[in-house]
Design a protein around this ligand. Structure first.
Ligand SMILES: Cc1cc2nc3c(=O)[nH]c(=O)nc-3n(C[C@H](O)[C@H](O)[C@H](O)COP(=O)(O)O)c2cc1C
Length: 148
C-alpha cells in the first residue's frame, strides 16, 4: 500500500487520461492516489508522499500551462525534500526532434534541485508510436511502485 501524488501536465487530455487510468488501476489494489490537475507547491510540501509526474510536452519542449505555475514556484522556492522518491512519465512526439519529451527533463531537473530522489528510468511515450499512452504507463508504474 502506498500513497502517491500524481502531478499532471496536459494540453489535450492524453496525460490526464493516463494519470486517471493509473489512479483507477492502483486504487483497485488498495493504494491511495491523488491526481493533481492544477498542482500548487503546498500540495507537495504538506506531506512526503512519493511524486509521480505525468506530463505531456508542448511548445518547443515546454510544460503544459496547467503544470507551469507549479514548476516555476518549485524552481523559485526550491523547497528541500531530501530523498523524496519521484518518477517521471512524459508524453511527447519524436517528430519534434530535439525537444522530444523535453517537459520531463524540466521537471526532473527541478526536482533534483530539491534533493528529491529519482526512482526508475523516465518513461517516454511517443505519440508517433502509440495512441494508448496508458497501455505503456500501467506496467511501468507497477515496476516503479516496487522500487518506491
Ligand atoms: C503545439 C504542440 C507542440 C508540441 N511540442 C512538442 C515538443 O516540443 N516535444 C514533444 O516531444 N512533443 C510535443 N508535442 C506533442 C505532445 O506532447 C503529444 O502529442 C502528447 O501526446 C500530447 O499530450 P496531451 O494530450 O496530454 O497534451 C506537441 C504538440 C502540440 C500540439
Amino acid at each position: 500500500m502506498a500513497t502517491i501524488q500524481i502531478l499532471v501536465g496536459s494540453v489535450y487530455g492524453g496525460a490526464l487520461l493516463t494519470a486517471r487510468a493509473i489512479k483507477k488501476e492502483l486504487e483497485s489494489e488498495g493504494h491511495q492516489i491523488a491526481v493533481l490537475e492544477n498542482p500548487v507547491l503546498d500540495d507537495i510540501t504538506s506531506n512526503n508522499a512519493p511524486l509521480l509526474v505525468c506530463t505531456s510536452t508542448t511548445g518547443q519542449g515546454e510544460l503544459p500551462p496547467n503544470l507551469l505555475p507549479f514548476y516555476l514556484a518549485l524552481r523559485d522556492q526550491l523547497p528541500q525534500q531530501p530523498g523524496r522518491p519521484f518518477g517521471i512519465i512524459v508524453l511527447g512526439d519524436s517528430s519534434y526532434g530535439d525537444t522530444f519529451c523535453g517537459a520531463g527533463e524540466l521537471m526532473e531537473e527541478a526536482l533534483y534541485e530539491t534533493s528529491a530522489r529519482k526512482i526508475g528510468e523516465t518513461l517516454r511515450i511517443d505519440a508517433l508510436e502509440t495512441m494508448e499512452p496508458e497501455a505503456d504507463a500501467l506496467p511501468w508504474v507497477r515496476a516503479w511502485l516496487e522500487q518506491v
